[in-house]
Write a protein that binds this ligand. Sequence first.
Ligand SMILES: Nc1ncnc2c1ncn2[C@@H]1O[C@H](COP(=O)(O)OP(=O)(O)OP(=O)(O)O)[C@@H](O)[C@H]1O
Ligand SMILES: [Mg+2]
Length: 346
Amino acid sequence: MPSPLPAAIEVRGLTKVFDRKRERGWKALRRAPKERITAVDHVDLAVEEGELFGLLGPNAAGKTTLVKVLATLLLPTEGTGTIAGLDIVKDADAVRQKVGVVLGGDRALYWRLTARENLWYFSQLYNMPDAPARKRIDELLGVVGLTDRADERVENYSKGMKQRLHIARGLLHDPSILLLDEPTIGLDPHAARSLRALVRDLVDQHGRTVVLTTHYMYEADQLSDRVAIINKGRIVACDTPAALKLRHAQGLVYLVEARGPVEDALRKLPGVQLLGAVPSEAGGMTYRLRAPDAAQDRIAGELAEAVQQSKGTLLGLRREEATLEDVFVELTGSGLREERGGDEDE
Ligand SMILES: Nc1ncnc2c1ncn2[C@@H]1O[C@H](COP(=O)(O)OP(=O)(O)OP(=O)(O)O)[C@@H](O)[C@H]1O
Ligand SMILES: [Mg+2]
Protein backbone atom coordinates (compact mmCIF):
# COMPACT_ATOMS: atom_id res chain seq x y z
CA MET A 1 0.00 0.00 0.00
CA PRO A 2 1.35 3.48 -0.77
CA SER A 3 2.21 5.43 2.36
CA PRO A 4 -0.54 7.96 3.09
CA LEU A 5 0.20 11.64 2.55
CA PRO A 6 0.67 13.63 5.74
CA ALA A 7 -2.56 15.24 6.94
CA ALA A 8 -2.89 18.86 5.81
CA ILE A 9 -2.89 19.88 9.46
CA GLU A 10 -2.07 17.77 12.46
CA VAL A 11 -2.09 19.08 15.98
CA ARG A 12 -1.23 17.25 19.23
CA GLY A 13 -1.79 18.65 22.71
CA LEU A 14 -1.59 22.16 21.34
CA THR A 15 -1.87 24.73 24.11
CA LYS A 16 -1.60 28.50 24.24
CA VAL A 17 -1.50 30.28 27.57
CA PHE A 18 -1.54 34.07 27.76
CA ASP A 19 -0.23 35.99 30.73
CA ARG A 20 -2.41 38.97 31.33
CA LYS A 21 -1.59 41.55 33.96
CA ARG A 22 -4.55 43.21 35.56
CA GLU A 23 -4.29 46.87 34.73
CA ARG A 24 -4.63 48.88 37.89
CA GLY A 25 -2.21 51.79 37.86
CA TRP A 26 1.49 51.76 37.36
CA LYS A 27 2.74 50.47 40.73
CA ALA A 28 -0.02 47.94 41.10
CA LEU A 29 0.76 46.78 37.60
CA ARG A 30 4.29 45.86 38.55
CA ARG A 31 3.20 43.96 41.61
CA ALA A 32 -0.03 42.57 40.24
CA PRO A 33 -0.24 38.81 40.03
CA LYS A 34 -0.32 37.56 36.50
CA GLU A 35 -3.58 36.16 35.33
CA ARG A 36 -3.07 33.14 33.14
CA ILE A 37 -5.56 32.49 30.41
CA THR A 38 -5.51 29.15 28.67
CA ALA A 39 -6.93 30.19 25.31
CA VAL A 40 -6.17 26.86 23.60
CA ASP A 41 -6.14 23.86 25.88
CA HIS A 42 -4.48 20.60 24.74
CA VAL A 43 -6.12 20.48 21.34
CA ASP A 44 -5.75 17.40 19.12
CA LEU A 45 -6.87 17.76 15.52
CA ALA A 46 -6.22 16.31 12.10
CA VAL A 47 -7.47 18.04 8.96
CA GLU A 48 -7.26 16.06 5.74
CA GLU A 49 -6.12 17.49 2.46
CA GLY A 50 -9.01 18.88 0.41
CA GLU A 51 -11.27 19.19 3.42
CA LEU A 52 -13.39 22.16 4.42
CA PHE A 53 -13.00 22.06 8.16
CA GLY A 54 -15.16 24.20 10.43
CA LEU A 55 -14.12 25.34 13.88
CA LEU A 56 -17.33 26.28 15.68
CA GLY A 57 -17.41 27.96 19.06
CA PRO A 58 -18.72 30.93 21.03
CA ASN A 59 -16.84 34.14 21.85
CA ALA A 60 -13.51 33.59 23.60
CA ALA A 61 -13.53 29.86 22.78
CA GLY A 62 -9.99 30.12 21.39
CA LYS A 63 -10.76 30.00 17.66
CA THR A 64 -8.65 32.99 16.62
CA THR A 65 -5.79 31.96 18.89
CA LEU A 66 -5.73 28.48 17.37
CA VAL A 67 -5.72 29.96 13.86
CA LYS A 68 -2.89 32.32 14.77
CA VAL A 69 -0.80 29.49 16.21
CA LEU A 70 -1.36 27.43 13.04
CA ALA A 71 -0.44 30.43 10.91
CA THR A 72 2.82 30.79 12.91
CA LEU A 73 1.73 34.23 14.12
CA LEU A 74 1.81 33.03 17.75
CA LEU A 75 4.07 30.45 19.37
CA PRO A 76 2.36 27.57 21.14
CA THR A 77 3.02 27.25 24.87
CA GLU A 78 2.90 23.48 24.67
CA GLY A 79 2.20 20.70 22.19
CA THR A 80 3.03 20.29 18.52
CA GLY A 81 1.53 21.06 15.15
CA THR A 82 2.45 20.22 11.59
CA ILE A 83 1.20 21.62 8.33
CA ALA A 84 1.79 19.42 5.29
CA GLY A 85 4.27 17.57 7.49
CA LEU A 86 6.19 20.75 8.44
CA ASP A 87 6.57 21.77 12.06
CA ILE A 88 4.78 25.05 12.91
CA VAL A 89 7.64 26.14 15.18
CA LYS A 90 10.83 24.67 13.70
CA ASP A 91 9.81 25.05 10.05
CA ALA A 92 7.78 28.25 10.47
CA ASP A 93 9.16 29.86 7.27
CA ALA A 94 8.24 26.85 5.17
CA VAL A 95 4.84 26.62 6.86
CA ARG A 96 4.11 30.23 5.86
CA GLN A 97 4.60 29.24 2.22
CA LYS A 98 1.92 26.58 2.57
CA VAL A 99 -0.61 28.63 4.48
CA GLY A 100 -2.70 31.66 3.65
CA VAL A 101 -4.49 33.38 6.50
CA VAL A 102 -7.33 35.88 6.62
CA LEU A 103 -8.10 37.08 10.12
CA GLY A 104 -11.50 38.35 11.21
CA GLY A 105 -11.79 42.11 11.03
CA ASP A 106 -8.72 42.16 8.78
CA ARG A 107 -7.94 45.69 7.73
CA ALA A 108 -4.74 45.10 5.83
CA LEU A 109 -5.87 46.66 2.59
CA TYR A 110 -5.05 50.07 1.16
CA TRP A 111 -8.35 51.80 0.70
CA ARG A 112 -6.98 54.44 -1.67
CA LEU A 113 -5.71 51.76 -4.03
CA THR A 114 -7.74 49.60 -6.39
CA ALA A 115 -8.13 45.86 -5.81
CA ARG A 116 -5.59 45.13 -8.52
CA GLU A 117 -3.11 47.64 -7.07
CA ASN A 118 -3.54 46.15 -3.61
CA LEU A 119 -2.77 42.66 -4.88
CA TRP A 120 0.16 44.01 -6.86
CA TYR A 121 1.56 45.67 -3.75
CA PHE A 122 1.33 42.45 -1.72
CA SER A 123 2.76 40.38 -4.60
CA GLN A 124 5.83 42.61 -4.46
CA LEU A 125 6.16 41.95 -0.71
CA TYR A 126 6.32 38.27 -1.63
CA ASN A 127 9.00 39.09 -4.25
CA MET A 128 6.92 37.65 -7.05
CA PRO A 129 8.40 38.36 -10.51
CA ASP A 130 6.33 40.82 -12.60
CA ALA A 131 4.79 38.67 -15.31
CA PRO A 132 3.74 35.71 -13.13
CA ALA A 133 2.42 38.17 -10.53
CA ARG A 134 0.19 39.91 -13.11
CA LYS A 135 -1.09 36.58 -14.35
CA ARG A 136 -1.75 35.33 -10.85
CA ILE A 137 -3.57 38.54 -9.90
CA ASP A 138 -5.84 38.26 -12.95
CA GLU A 139 -6.61 34.68 -12.05
CA LEU A 140 -7.32 35.44 -8.41
CA LEU A 141 -9.58 38.37 -9.22
CA GLY A 142 -11.58 35.87 -11.26
CA VAL A 143 -11.58 33.24 -8.50
CA VAL A 144 -13.01 35.68 -5.96
CA GLY A 145 -15.42 37.24 -8.46
CA LEU A 146 -13.94 40.75 -8.56
CA THR A 147 -12.75 40.94 -12.18
CA ASP A 148 -15.38 43.52 -13.16
CA ARG A 149 -14.56 45.81 -10.24
CA ALA A 150 -10.80 45.20 -10.10
CA ASP A 151 -9.82 48.73 -11.06
CA GLU A 152 -12.03 50.53 -8.57
CA ARG A 153 -10.70 51.92 -5.33
CA VAL A 154 -11.25 49.64 -2.37
CA GLU A 155 -12.80 52.50 -0.36
CA ASN A 156 -15.88 52.15 -2.55
CA TYR A 157 -16.15 48.40 -2.02
CA SER A 158 -18.91 46.74 0.00
CA LYS A 159 -17.90 44.67 3.04
CA GLY A 160 -18.41 41.46 1.06
CA MET A 161 -16.15 42.69 -1.75
CA LYS A 162 -13.45 43.69 0.73
CA GLN A 163 -13.65 40.24 2.29
CA ARG A 164 -13.27 38.66 -1.16
CA LEU A 165 -10.21 40.79 -1.76
CA HIS A 166 -8.76 39.70 1.61
CA ILE A 167 -9.20 36.11 0.49
CA ALA A 168 -7.46 36.86 -2.83
CA ARG A 169 -4.60 38.41 -0.87
CA GLY A 170 -4.42 35.29 1.31
CA LEU A 171 -4.14 33.17 -1.86
CA LEU A 172 -1.46 35.26 -3.64
CA HIS A 173 1.47 32.99 -2.78
CA ASP A 174 -0.60 29.98 -3.85
CA PRO A 175 -0.92 28.30 -0.46
CA SER A 176 -2.51 24.87 -0.39
CA ILE A 177 -4.14 25.61 2.96
CA LEU A 178 -6.27 28.62 3.73
CA LEU A 179 -7.18 29.65 7.27
CA LEU A 180 -10.24 31.91 7.42
CA ASP A 181 -11.17 33.47 10.74
CA GLU A 182 -14.90 34.36 10.86
CA PRO A 183 -15.06 35.17 7.13
CA THR A 184 -18.73 36.19 7.09
CA ILE A 185 -18.82 38.29 10.24
CA GLY A 186 -20.55 41.62 9.64
CA LEU A 187 -21.80 40.65 6.18
CA ASP A 188 -25.45 40.91 5.22
CA PRO A 189 -27.18 37.57 4.57
CA HIS A 190 -26.82 37.84 0.79
CA ALA A 191 -23.11 38.67 0.92
CA ALA A 192 -22.57 35.96 3.56
CA ARG A 193 -24.24 33.38 1.35
CA SER A 194 -22.21 34.27 -1.70
CA LEU A 195 -18.99 34.28 0.32
CA ARG A 196 -19.82 30.80 1.62
CA ALA A 197 -20.28 29.66 -1.98
CA LEU A 198 -16.84 31.09 -2.81
CA VAL A 199 -15.25 29.24 0.13
CA ARG A 200 -16.91 25.98 -0.93
CA ASP A 201 -15.58 26.55 -4.47
CA LEU A 202 -12.04 27.07 -3.20
CA VAL A 203 -12.21 23.53 -1.89
CA ASP A 204 -14.26 21.83 -4.61
CA GLN A 205 -12.97 23.61 -7.73
CA HIS A 206 -9.57 24.88 -6.70
CA GLY A 207 -8.35 22.00 -4.54
CA ARG A 208 -7.57 23.96 -1.39
CA THR A 209 -7.85 22.81 2.17
CA VAL A 210 -9.81 25.36 4.17
CA VAL A 211 -10.11 25.78 7.91
CA LEU A 212 -12.82 28.25 8.78
CA THR A 213 -13.80 29.54 12.20
CA THR A 214 -17.32 30.65 12.93
CA HIS A 215 -19.79 31.11 15.73
CA TYR A 216 -22.71 30.71 13.35
CA MET A 217 -23.92 27.16 13.76
CA TYR A 218 -25.81 27.36 10.49
CA GLU A 219 -22.63 28.28 8.64
CA ALA A 220 -20.63 25.46 10.21
CA ASP A 221 -23.42 23.01 9.45
CA GLN A 222 -24.01 23.99 5.83
CA LEU A 223 -20.45 24.55 4.76
CA SER A 224 -18.16 22.14 6.55
CA ASP A 225 -17.19 18.62 5.63
CA ARG A 226 -16.28 18.19 9.29
CA VAL A 227 -16.77 20.41 12.29
CA ALA A 228 -14.79 20.67 15.50
CA ILE A 229 -16.76 22.24 18.31
CA ILE A 230 -14.50 24.31 20.53
CA ASN A 231 -15.43 25.65 23.95
CA LYS A 232 -13.11 27.25 26.52
CA GLY A 233 -10.06 26.23 24.52
CA ARG A 234 -11.01 22.57 24.25
CA ILE A 235 -12.34 20.55 21.36
CA VAL A 236 -15.48 18.95 22.73
CA ALA A 237 -16.45 17.04 19.58
CA CYS A 238 -15.27 16.62 16.01
CA ASP A 239 -17.08 14.91 13.14
CA THR A 240 -19.32 15.53 10.14
CA PRO A 241 -22.31 17.75 11.01
CA ALA A 242 -24.68 14.83 10.38
CA ALA A 243 -22.75 12.47 12.66
CA LEU A 244 -22.53 15.09 15.41
CA LYS A 245 -26.28 15.62 15.32
CA LEU A 246 -26.94 11.90 15.32
CA ARG A 247 -24.61 11.22 18.22
CA HIS A 248 -25.15 14.20 20.48
CA ALA A 249 -28.61 15.48 19.66
CA GLN A 250 -30.42 12.18 19.32
CA GLY A 251 -34.11 12.20 19.38
CA LEU A 252 -36.57 14.48 17.79
CA VAL A 253 -36.91 18.16 18.20
CA TYR A 254 -40.44 19.54 18.34
CA LEU A 255 -41.59 23.10 18.15
CA VAL A 256 -44.77 23.67 20.09
CA GLU A 257 -46.39 27.06 19.70
CA ALA A 258 -48.99 27.74 22.37
CA ARG A 259 -50.69 30.40 24.46
CA GLY A 260 -51.32 30.04 28.15
CA PRO A 261 -49.52 28.52 31.17
CA VAL A 262 -48.35 25.36 29.42
CA GLU A 263 -44.64 25.30 30.15
CA ASP A 264 -44.78 23.18 33.31
CA ALA A 265 -46.99 20.57 31.70
CA LEU A 266 -44.62 20.28 28.72
CA ARG A 267 -41.60 19.99 30.99
CA LYS A 268 -43.21 17.25 33.03
CA LEU A 269 -43.84 14.90 30.11
CA PRO A 270 -41.64 11.83 30.63
CA GLY A 271 -38.42 11.94 28.63
CA VAL A 272 -39.11 15.40 27.25
CA GLN A 273 -36.45 18.06 27.62
CA LEU A 274 -37.16 21.76 27.19
CA LEU A 275 -34.39 23.25 25.03
CA GLY A 276 -35.66 26.80 24.87
CA ALA A 277 -38.65 29.11 24.59
CA VAL A 278 -39.11 32.28 22.56
CA PRO A 279 -42.14 34.56 22.07
CA SER A 280 -44.03 33.65 18.93
CA GLU A 281 -45.49 36.02 16.36
CA ALA A 282 -49.04 34.98 17.21
CA GLY A 283 -48.61 36.30 20.76
CA GLY A 284 -47.83 32.98 22.42
CA MET A 285 -44.57 31.18 23.01
CA THR A 286 -42.69 28.71 20.87
CA TYR A 287 -41.18 25.92 22.96
CA ARG A 288 -38.32 23.90 21.60
CA LEU A 289 -38.44 20.41 23.05
CA ARG A 290 -36.53 17.23 22.63
CA ALA A 291 -38.17 13.84 22.89
CA PRO A 292 -36.55 10.40 22.79
CA ASP A 293 -36.64 8.45 19.52
CA ALA A 294 -38.77 5.75 21.16
CA ALA A 295 -41.56 8.27 21.77
CA GLN A 296 -41.94 9.01 18.06
CA ASP A 297 -45.40 7.48 17.60
CA ARG A 298 -47.09 9.07 20.54
CA ILE A 299 -45.22 12.28 21.31
CA ALA A 300 -47.18 14.68 19.11
CA GLY A 301 -50.42 13.56 20.74
CA GLU A 302 -48.93 13.85 24.22
CA LEU A 303 -47.65 17.35 23.60
CA ALA A 304 -51.04 18.49 22.29
CA GLU A 305 -52.78 16.91 25.27
CA ALA A 306 -50.43 18.56 27.75
CA VAL A 307 -51.25 21.95 26.27
CA GLN A 308 -54.99 21.26 26.45
CA GLN A 309 -54.91 19.97 30.02
CA SER A 310 -53.08 23.05 31.24
CA LYS A 311 -55.80 25.21 29.68
CA GLY A 312 -53.55 26.51 26.96
CA THR A 313 -54.27 27.02 23.28
CA LEU A 314 -52.19 25.07 20.80
CA LEU A 315 -51.20 27.33 17.91
CA GLY A 316 -48.86 24.99 16.10
CA LEU A 317 -46.81 21.85 16.42
CA ARG A 318 -44.08 20.64 14.13
CA ARG A 319 -41.06 18.41 14.09
CA GLU A 320 -37.65 19.68 13.26
CA GLU A 321 -34.22 18.28 12.63
CA ALA A 322 -31.73 18.77 15.44
CA THR A 323 -29.15 21.51 14.82
CA LEU A 324 -25.52 21.97 15.80
CA GLU A 325 -26.84 24.41 18.41
CA ASP A 326 -28.62 21.45 20.04
CA VAL A 327 -25.35 19.51 19.87
CA PHE A 328 -23.53 22.40 21.50
CA VAL A 329 -26.10 22.67 24.29
CA GLU A 330 -25.89 18.94 24.89
CA LEU A 331 -22.10 18.99 25.09
CA THR A 332 -21.49 22.17 27.04
CA GLY A 333 -24.73 22.86 28.87
CA SER A 334 -24.89 26.36 27.43
CA GLY A 335 -25.97 27.94 24.17
CA LEU A 336 -23.78 29.46 21.49
CA ARG A 337 -25.54 32.75 22.13
CA GLU A 338 -25.59 33.17 18.45
CA GLU A 339 -26.20 36.50 16.80
CA ARG A 340 -28.34 35.82 13.82
CA GLY A 341 -26.14 38.01 11.58
CA GLY A 342 -24.85 35.80 8.79
CA ASP A 343 -27.77 33.40 8.61
CA GLU A 344 -30.78 35.59 9.15
CA ASP A 345 -32.82 34.57 6.18
CA GLU A 346 -31.75 30.95 5.85
N1 LIG B 1 -3.00 38.55 23.20
C1 LIG B 1 -3.77 38.11 24.19
N2 LIG B 1 -3.44 38.36 25.48
C2 LIG B 1 -4.19 37.90 26.50
N3 LIG B 1 -5.32 37.17 26.33
C3 LIG B 1 -5.70 36.88 25.07
C4 LIG B 1 -4.96 37.34 23.92
N4 LIG B 1 -5.58 36.90 22.80
C5 LIG B 1 -6.65 36.21 23.22
N5 LIG B 1 -6.74 36.20 24.57
C6 LIG B 1 -7.77 35.51 25.37
O1 LIG B 1 -7.84 34.15 24.96
C7 LIG B 1 -9.18 33.70 24.94
C8 LIG B 1 -9.52 33.18 23.56
O2 LIG B 1 -9.57 34.27 22.67
P1 LIG B 1 -9.79 34.09 21.09
O3 LIG B 1 -9.67 35.43 20.48
O4 LIG B 1 -8.89 33.03 20.58
O5 LIG B 1 -11.30 33.57 21.05
P2 LIG B 1 -12.29 33.43 19.79
O6 LIG B 1 -12.87 32.06 19.88
O7 LIG B 1 -11.60 33.82 18.55
O8 LIG B 1 -13.42 34.47 20.19
P3 LIG B 1 -14.32 35.43 19.21
O9 LIG B 1 -15.46 34.60 18.72
O10 LIG B 1 -14.78 36.48 20.17
O11 LIG B 1 -13.43 35.95 18.13
C9 LIG B 1 -10.02 34.87 25.41
O12 LIG B 1 -10.26 34.73 26.78
C10 LIG B 1 -9.14 36.07 25.14
O13 LIG B 1 -9.42 37.12 26.03
MG1 LIG C 1 -11.99 35.27 17.17
